[in-house]
Design a protein around this ligand. Sequence first.
Ligand code: AHR
Length: 494
Amino acid sequence: MKEASIKTEKGFVVGEVDKRVFGSFIEHLGRAVYGGIYEPGNNNSDEDGYRKDVLDLVREIDVPIIRYPGGNFVSGFNWEDSVGPVENRPRRLELAWNVTETNEFGLHEFCKWAKQANSDVMMAVNLGTRGADAARNLVEYCNHPGNTYYSDLRRKNGAEAPFKIKTWCLGNEMDGPWQMGNKTAVEYGRLACETAKVMRMIDPSIELVACGSSGIGMPTFGAWEAEVLEHTYDHADYISLHQYYGNHDNDTPNFLARTLDMDKFISSVISTCDYVGAKKRSKKKINLSFDEWNVWYHSNGEPHTPWSEAPAQLEDIYNMEDALLVGSMLITLLRHADRVKIACLAQLVNVIAPIMSSPEGAWRQTIFYPYMHASKYGRGTVLQTLSESPKYDTKDYTDVPSLDTIAVDNGDGITVFAVNRGEEELLVKCEIGGYDKFEKITHTIMTDGDMKACNSLTEPDRIKPYTLPEKRIEGEDDLKIKIPPRSWNVIRFM
Ligand code: AHR
């Protein structure tokens, strides 16, 4: 058996985990809202039309924050359409996804749903077809207590107490030519700066995310961040990153190495933030909001009837190897816990999502499990984690470590997350220094002989993790852990 090692030490801190790093995303897109979280008349729905089975699965993950309402959708969104009596809300042509938006489900419905899911709302404003005026009115509507036009409108519409939304996105993917109101970095930087100013005049406690690049592959990547931050450095708190990966060539070793690219993306954006900060002699640090990330390639642009209501769109069915990459992406985010403070798995239900639903029921996709494990056991302090393992080369990468791993001090124990990218079992020696002796280890594993295996409504548990019997630590040998080939692992020392 090939050997590997993991070493960490108490006090070797990378950073505190901001729980918002386990956030997700619900866009008015496909069946995420209609037929996903909301389906009045379904046997599984409550009196508000919320799907109880879907809500249970969202609660199982413990999603701390959910970005809403887009995505590309937000760049054509008139927020006023989504509030007030449902019968008065306009039906609109939704240009981002070529559908009709009924506005039956809107801001109040989402805030109420998010509360039931125990999640905060991360609200995006439209800087595509609209601007500072609509954004400031929305902050007044959501966060001002009362006695003004928009705050009283909210109260009239049934929400006496303000929604108190703390985290706001200044638009979405404004560098992308596909975006309604796509802008140059200067155009966007100026608009984001002026919008941020008026939003914060209304509520100084809010935190703001400026748009970074839509991916590391964008031709303007790097220059975009530098220019946008020139304008927004004093007004924004975070810059966004978006990235999706796919196994387009059916080259699994190469696919599982994609997080080397994600790691580089994060490091480059941190450097750019600090470069602009240094030029400005600023004491402030801009942190990162990786507010769209996932595997996305199984679906894209499947045909639907133009202007239909909530057709199935972007319904990726995830397999075992996708779950491994998602696990590795979570490890990568945790490795940068000092600067990545927000991250949103895109998305949450039906649309490139860990949770699927049909009128008959809801089920967990393969990627549900690493996401749920990280959210449950990844809170605390990330420790610098050194790892040695066999390496391999692929089409796009050299020296890819078979073992991708990170340790988190949870306060009452240590959790080690590990992905074995390789095709061989590893015997991993764990050395965790500086703590009183741990007494026991639990080891949860997810793997399968078929990397293309998936879950479905009829076979919801085809892929699921299993936990080995708890092991008492009697001697050194008990700290040598077998990690199966191509597996996701959660190892807890207590
Ligand atoms: O998450 C799906 C889409 O991907 C979002 O609407 C957009 O922001 C990104 O391009």
